[in-house]
Ligand binder design. Structure first.
Ligand SMILES: C[S@@+](CC[C@H](N)C(=O)[O-])C[C@H]1O[C@@H](n2cnc3c(N)ncnc32)[C@H](O)[C@@H]1O
Length: 194
């Protein structure tokens, strides 16, 4: 597959595919996020798209929490902002436009959601290394990739990169049509031992 085709970014015109009615049943945001997001946490929805998960993150983090929704495409952020505004929660979320070469956030997070985005990123080592730098001590990320785009072998290659950049990789939850892992900062001393 050509590299540019392989890493094709989901276009804004396809945003509806990410919010179809049945998805709430397939990828129930509360069920997926509740084990990870608690009131008062700083959380990041990385590659938020039209905000399918951002809404629940804002509800779970609550008034005392901090929620950032970040995406490469301004059009996706606009859709996410509208979804949150319709629910009266837009003020609870900071919307951040990433650059292709860098996520570009300065703060750190207790929890980062990386849902169906990694296969769209051409340089996974840089991207995953940046995710590591965004994790607070003790923080974790839930990364999910779609089985219909990412085969077992490709996911294993990504896991090898995760370990190379100093992330500790743990078994992720069972999510329909998804390959998942939980990521933590492995710490300097653990590097090379994973
Ligand atoms: C398939 S969509 C998934 C959206 C959302 N996470 C969900 O599950 O509904 C992937 C999203 O990742 C975004 N994306 C792709 N590469 C990115 C990057 N390097 N930095 C930030 N966002 C990126 C795309 O713009 C798109 O909105």
């Amino acid at each position: 597959m050509e590299p540019d085709k392989k890493h094709r970014v989901c276009p804004v015109e396809h945003a509806g595919v990410l919010s179809f009615a049945l998805r709430k049943w397939l990828h129930n945001p509360k069920r997926i996020l509740r084990p990870h997001v608690k009131a008062g946490m700083a959380v990041l929805d990385l590659g938020c798209g039209p905000g399918f998960f951002t809404l629940e993150m804002a509800r779970l983090a609550g008034k005392t929490g901090k929620v950032v929704a970040a995406d490469l495409q301004a059009g996706m952020l606009e859709k996410a902002r509208k979804k949150l505004a319709d629910a009266g929660l837009a003020a609870a979320v900071t919307f951040h436009l990433c650059r292709a070469a860098a996520i570009g956030l300065a703060e750190m997070f207790d929890f980062i959601l990386v849902f169906y985005i990694l296969h769209e990123v051409p340089d996974q080592a840089i991207f995953l290394g940046e995710i590591r730098s965004l994790l607070k001590p003790g923080g974790r990320a839930l990364l999910a990739e779609p089985t219909f785009h990412v085969g077992r072998d490709d996911f294993q290659k990504s896991i090898a990169i995760m370990k190379q950049v100093g992330l500790k990789v743990e078994t992720g939850p069972s999510i329909r049509f998804s390959r998942t892992v939980i990521l933590r900062d492995a710490g300097i001393l653990d590097q090379g031992k994973k």
